[in-house]
Design a binder for this molecule. Structure first.
Ligand code: MEV
Length: 312
């Protein structure tokens, strides 16, 4: 068997995390860093888990792998993972892992790793990692485009609808890590309890986020970065109202705004800490400044004419 290699992109959600779980739209884009999976000869279908994963993560990865492997007839391959992203930082590492692994499994089983086939298999793994995810993470990773995504209740395997958002201007963000990360399951679960207790109030807030996302999609397509930044700022206010932010995340949001971000918000699950994004027409000087100050950060272009790659 010839060696197999595949990539799964990490992701950032530009707007609409959490409300996307309840069927409202979200905008998300791929990072150029993610997870690389390699497949080599083996007597069985086996996963070599990354050494950087903790015991619980390793257990979950093995269960998720077994679930996906079964669906493609457990081809004889040993899959090794090389994460380029911090695990569990809100940057879609589990989806990236699921997509990279699925691409190798499909190839090992003699199947074409199309975006659709990859997304179907990765969805199986994502359910093991997150319980009831919206599907936005692995769809963004499999599509590798900036997308407007909406979850749909549909036959098994189809989790949502995605439409590419093209921008006439580069849409670039600085991604900065702040505070100690909260597991996605916890923030999603706590919000579910609050919305079950006060459904009308939370429905109103989710609806506000949904309208903002629809407006923001138009700003992307018009190349109106100022309008997009303002929508991100308002989205952050609504995420705070939903009880999903914290001092560490808010401090980083305000820091990015003070450095000239057109808009800044946390991305992903939120909680005690995680990843914060700032929209910058010129992200490199901001990354240099934050790095000098000891902040873990990088820049990524999510859409528009290519002007730069990621700065690790
Ligand atoms: C996590 O990256 C995004 C959430 O909206 C959860 C999900 O969509 O499944 C918080």
């Amino acid at each position: 068997m010839k060696p197999l290699v595949a990539f799964g992109a990490g992701k950032v959600i530009l707007l609409g995390e959490h409300s996307v779980v309840y069927g409202y739209p979200a905008i998300a884009g791929p990072l150029s860093i993610g997870v690389v999976a390699r497949g080599g000869p083996s007597r069985s279908c086996v996963l070599d888990v990354p050494v950087t994963a903790d015991a619980a993560q390793k257990r979950m990865m093995r269960k998720a792998f077994a679930r996906a492997a079964k669906l493609v007839g457990e081809p004889k391959v040993k899959v090794t993972l090389e994460p380029q992203l911090p695990l569990s930082a809100g940057l879609g590492s589990s989806a990236a892992l699921a997509v990279a692994t699925s691409r190798v499994l499909l190839q090992a089983a003699g199947q074409e790793p199309t975006a659709k086939a990859t997304a179907r298999l990765a969805w199986e793994m994502e359910q093991e990692f997150h319980g009831t995810p919206s599907g936005v993470d692995h769809t963004t990773s499999a599509e590798e485009k900036l997308i407007l995504y909406r979850r749909v209740q549909a036959p098994a395997g189809v989790t949502g609808r995605a439409r590419e958002l093209k921008s006439p201007r580069p849409v670039s963000v600085v991604v900065a890590l702040a505070g100690a990360r909260s597991p996605t399951k916890l923030t999603v679960g706590a919000l579910r309890e609050r919305q079950a207790r006060w459904p009308e109030r939370y429905k109103r807030l989710f609806g506000q986020v949904g309208r903002l996302v629809t407006e923001a999609a138009k700003t992307v397509e018009a190349g109106d970065l100022e309008g997009l930044g303002d929508a991100m700022n308002v989205n952050q206010g609504l995420l705070n109202a939903l009880g999903l932010s914290s001092p560490a995340l808010e401090d980083m949001v305000f820091r990015l705004r003070s450095l000239g971000a057109l808009g800044a918000k946390f991305t992903g699950a939120g909680g005690d800490g995680g990843a914060v994004i700032g929209l910058f027409p010129e992200p490199e000087p901001v990354v240099a400044q934050l790095t000098r100050d000891g902040v873990r950060c990088f820049a990524s272009q999510l859409a528009g004419p290519r002007v730069q790659g990621d700065i690790p």
